[in-house]
Design a protein around this ligand. Structure first.
Ligand SMILES: [Fe+2]
Ligand SMILES: [Fe+2]
Length: 204
């Protein structure tokens, strides 16, 4: 990673905190009485944001931490991501009107909140103590990889963004983090995005 890019990048620990904040904000927009359309948009957004965030941590952050630390929180991080992936798969295969949909969504929320608390109170401070000189370079790697991961899923993101935002709720998408990457990849995936938007507009 070029040193200039690394110097300009936010630290990976602050990028992770930002991702967490955006996902938790989206969780807090979900209410039992929300319309099925909004629930579905929020759920799709949250699930996509979690999947990409988890992959970024597994590819970039956790390996860097494993070179300097070995503890319970680090060891259980990837298995906890896998539990979230299982809940995400269940939500994706369930109609939003299913009586179990709300409970499954809130179960995912519980898992994420617990996991985020461990990361923010133990892993991130440990990274800032143990590898302070690597944090901006790792942040640059994370941003670069995020663009690669979000790009192919931009149509999916555009569709869920539209559903989340169309009610006038200031949800932000399960993540502005994804929205930022979305904007940066619009040119590359412009045609597919336009097609997805048109399909969505015809469907409503
Ligand atoms: Fe994590
Ligand atoms: Fe995380």
């Amino acid at each position: 990673m070029s040193s200039l890019l690394s110097q300009l990048s936010p630290s990976i620990t602050n990028l992770i905190r930002l991702d967490h904040t955006h996902v938790l904000t989206a969780f807090h927009q979900y209410e039992i009485g929300s319309s099925p359309r909004l629930k579905k948009g929020l759920t799709d957004n949250v699930c996509l944001a979690i999947e990409i965030h988890a992959q970024l941590e597994e590819e970039i952050f956790y390996p860097a931490m494993r070179t300097v630390a070995d503890n319970e929180v680090l060891r259980k991080s990837t298995p906890e991501h896998d539990e979230m992936r299982g809940l995400i798969a269940r939500l994706r295969n369930m109609p939003v009107g299913d009586p179990a949909f709300d409970d499954t969504f809130f179960e995912l929320m519980r898992h994420v909140m617990h996991h985020v608390a461990d990361e923010e109170t133990m892993l991130l401070p440990a990274a800032e103590r143990l590898i302070p000189d690597q944090l901006c370079d790792l942040g640059a790697q994370m941003n670069k990889r995020r663009l690669e991961l979000v790009g192919p899923r931009a149509p999916e993101l555009a569709s869920s963004m539209a559903r989340s935002l169309s009610t006038g709720t200031l949800v932000g998408i399960g993540s502005a983090m994804l929205a930022g990457a979305y904007l940066l990849t619009r040119h590359r995936y412009g045609d597919r995005l336009a097609a997805a938007r048109n399909r969505f507009a015809r469907a409503i």
